[in-house]
Design a protein around this ligand. Structure first.
Ligand SMILES: [Mn+2]
Length: 321
């Protein structure tokens, strides 16, 4: 982390009248952990704040201390009132669903960005964009450290949540000594690792277990590329009373199949689209290249895309039509 930039951003945050914190739609543990850390910081600094995410977070993240403050609606009038905007975990401005307003913001509105995706566009005044970081919370942790801010137990919980969810409980290849050290520090401050794992990743109900079982029973290997492939039809999701979010983590599990380079899970969504999720545990494989080619994005080891169509199975092949 660039110490000079960190100090500059900090003083802008201190001087600002109020903060808007924004993250991406369909927020994951890293997005929400990042938002919650800044909500805790705002409370500690007595800074008026609003947190915005275009979609409501999953109930399982309700244990994050201030996540119930998250609004999923914001008007242009409200947006215009903020003189400091902090975006977290958004690969692009459009991920926040505030793209137009961010690009046409007034001169006195400062944007500070914290993100660990590959750089795709520049929209912030100050960017802490480090694609080498395992999670956005790792960058935020280093930012707080650079400014000597004491991390409280709720921040520690939030940071550990982001680290755990973005590394698949320290199983993905982005797990390294740096984040293990941060995780240990967060545990010393009061974050409980087994509790967070239970509340997020392994907290599955019977319907989810049954659907995962069904999907895994159909797992196939594409021998040309050595990729484990599975599909989920919209009809099945509605029969089980589940949503796309209930499949979080399944692609990671699939990539653990012996002899494959990675995995692809194709899910039909309600709005006539197919969501593809790609994982690999091999560092020499870049899944984000394929995802980018299909209009999506992500990281080398975990990427995704969305295309229009539905799934048709025939002759042992999956066809997107
Ligand atoms: Mn993330």
């Amino acid at each position: 982390m660039d110490k000079v930039e960190a100090l500059k951003a900090w003083s802008l945050m201190r001087e600002a009248k109020n903060w808007l914190i924004a993250t991406h739609f369909n927020p994951d543990g890293d997005a929400l952990g990042s938002v919650n850390t800044f909500l805790e910081l705002a409370a500690a600094m007595n800074k008026p704040v609003m947190a915005y995410c275009a979609s409501a977070p999953d109930d399982k993240f309700g244990f994050l201390s201030r996540i119930n403050q998250l609004a999923n609606k914001i008007t242009k009038e409200q947006f215009d009132e903020f003189d400091l905007i902090i975006t977290v975990d958004c690969a692009t401005a459009s991920r926040s669903k505030l793209k137009e307003w961010l690009f046409s913001r007034s001169a006195n509105q400062i944007v500070i960005e914290f993100d660990h995706h590959e750089r795709q566009e520049d929209y912030a005044d100050i960017s802490f964009k480090e694609s080498g970081a395992a999670a956005t919370v790792e960058i935020i942790y280093n930012f707080l450290l650079a400014n000597d801010w004491p991390i409280n137990a709720e921040m520690a919980k939030s940071i550990l949540t982001g680290l755990l969810t973005d590394t698949g409980n320290f199983l993905y290849s982005n797990t390294n000594d740096k984040i293990a050290k941060i995780a240990a520090k967060m545990m010393l401050i009061g974050a409980r690792l087994p509790k967070i794992v239970r509340q997020t990743v392994t907290n599955k109900n019977l319907a989810v277990m049954h659907l995962w079982g069904l999907v895994l029973s159909r797992l196939k290997i594409n021998y040309e590329y050595l990729v484990a492939i599975a599909t989920v039809k919209q009809k099945e999701l509605s029969e089980f009373g589940l949503g796309v979010d209930d499949l979080t983590g399944l692609t990671g599990l699939m990539s653990g199949l012996q002899g494959v380079n990675g995995s692809l899970l194709l899910i039909e969504t309600e709005n006539g689209q197919i969501k593809g999720s790609l994982r690999s545990h091999l560092t020499n494989i870049d899944m984000s290249e394929l995802a980018n080619f299909l209009g999506g994005g992500g990281h080398r080891q975990a990427a995704g895309f969305c295309v229009n169509g539905s799934l048709v199975e025939g002759g042992g092949q999956v066809i997107v039509s």
